[in-house]
Write a protein that binds this ligand. Structure first.
Ligand code: ZN
Length: 403
């Protein structure tokens, strides 16, 4: 595995940390359109004290007028390989923090760090490092994408390192993550696949069907065994055919499955995204970035695990064969695109970007909504849906930029 994780392309300064001083003073954001789980409140307000959203604000609270803006819960990314020039698969702890911060600057207040295929020793070692960052509260946990995936649908994963999902190997990875493994993507049709799904479900780890060559029937079996997520639906799986409905049909029709969608305009045709959204319904879609190092950084040459990637015009492709290799998406762009291009309501976009992933992570009581008691993780957008502020755990990461 390459230890060279850094971008060799465009050099840019490391992201800065533009936190205004956190006074600990209670704050009220007032006048905004506040998107809550059951209603959208015009001219609403959100009160913050310490790290949490509160029901009421004390009299000494600082009031910030955010009239004309939207207040949304912070975005939650289930599937993210890096950003800001840093890779979660191969970067140092310091690099990884830089990558996390880059995504926070774009409204992602919670993310699961995804690895790409590597050999087992390497991945267990990475699991250790990432679980430390999870213990520190920097990430929500670890997602292993590969090595248990299909060589027929490998995408940007190194074929020579792929392996069948033997439960003992799956177990090795989740043990190495010390309770912080949140999701494993696997091709459930491979030998050991269904037993691995059962093992993951027993351990409270999401079994995600992806990079799969499964038939419709094999996919139904995997869902019955306990799989609950479709890894980037449509990408790296057989297409939907009228005589071979394939995994896409099985994943869309079953209420037990939440489908990940990469809403960057490159991975999916807008009509395919709409088809999935309308069929599954807002409650079963999670917008993800599947971002790689170049997200929030720039075009150039990068490494995705051991494979070299060229990023041009924001589209990442393997140098060796042009396969799309992750995205350079950030969730603020995914949100704006959902509302302005895909025609989704603000409420549905919030459900797909915050509430659903929070629920899947088992964190709905602390993140994913602006209800009192939750962490003060929020995104401030202007009326054109452009990002004007990000607060995480009661601290401004961006802004608020109100003029
Ligand atoms: Zn993938």
């Amino acid at each position: 595995m390459a230890s060279d994780s850094g971008a060799r392309g465009t050099a840019r300064p490391a992201p800065t940390h533009p936190h205004p001083a956190t006074t600990g003073q209670p704050t009220v954001l007032s006048g905004a359109t506040v998107v809550l789980p059951t209603e959208t409140v015009k001219n609403g307000q959100v009160a913050i004290h310490g790290t949490r959203i509160t029901t009421t604000a004390p009299e000494n609270a600082q009031v910030i007028d955010v009239t004309g803006h939207y207040l949304l819960p912070g975005f939650v990314d289930l599937h993210n390989h890096g950003g800001g020039g840093a890779s979660f698969t191969s970067g140092s702890a310091e690099d990884i923090l830089k990558g996390i911060h880059t995504h926070r600057l774009h409204g992602t207040t919670t993310l699961v760090a995804s690895t790409v295929t590597g050999d087992m020793d390497f991945l267990t070692q990475r699991a250790g490092l990432l679980s430390e960052l999870a213990e520190q509260g920097e990430i929500a946990g670890v997602h292993f994408e590969g090595p248990f995936i299909s060589p027929c649908r490998k995408g940007a994963h190194a074929e020579n390192l792929l392996r069948d999902p033997h439960p003992a190997d799956v177990r090795k990875l989740i043990d190495a993550a010390r309770g912080r493994a949140k999701m494993v993507t696997l091709a459930t049709e491979l030998p050991g696949g269904l037993d691995s799904v059962r093992l993951l479900a027993e351990h409270g780890v999401i079994a995600a069907i992806g990079h799969t060559d499964a038939t419709y029937e094999q996919t139904v079996q995997a869902i019955d065994a306990g799989a609950t997520v479709a890894t980037h639906l449509f990408n790296a799986m057989p297409p939907l055919g009228h005589r071979s409905p394939g995994p896409i049909t099985a994943l869309l029709e079953d209420d037990r499955i939440t489908v990940e969608l990469i809403n960057d305009g490159t991975h999916l045709h807008p009509a395919a995204l709409q088809l999935a959204f309308h069929h599954a319904g807002a409650d079963r879609v999670a917008f993800i970035t599947d971002a790689m190092d170049a997200a929030g950084f720039g075009d150039g040459r990068y490494w995705l695990g051991p494979l070299e990637v060229e990023v041009a015009d924001g589209v990442a492709r393997l140098v060796e064969d042009g396969t799309i290799a992750g995205s350079t998406l950030t969730l603020d762009r995914a949100f704006k695109r959902a509302v302005t291009v895909d025609g989704l309501s603000v409420e549905d976009a919030v459900t797909a970007l915050s509430a659903n992933p929070a629920r899947l992570l088992g964190m709905a009581d602390t993140i994913g909504s602006l209800e009192p008691g939750r962490f003060a993780d929020l995104v401030l957008l202007d009326s054109a849906y452009d990002l004007k502020g990000v607060m995480r755990r009661g601290e401004w990461v961006v802004g608020p930029q109100l003029h």
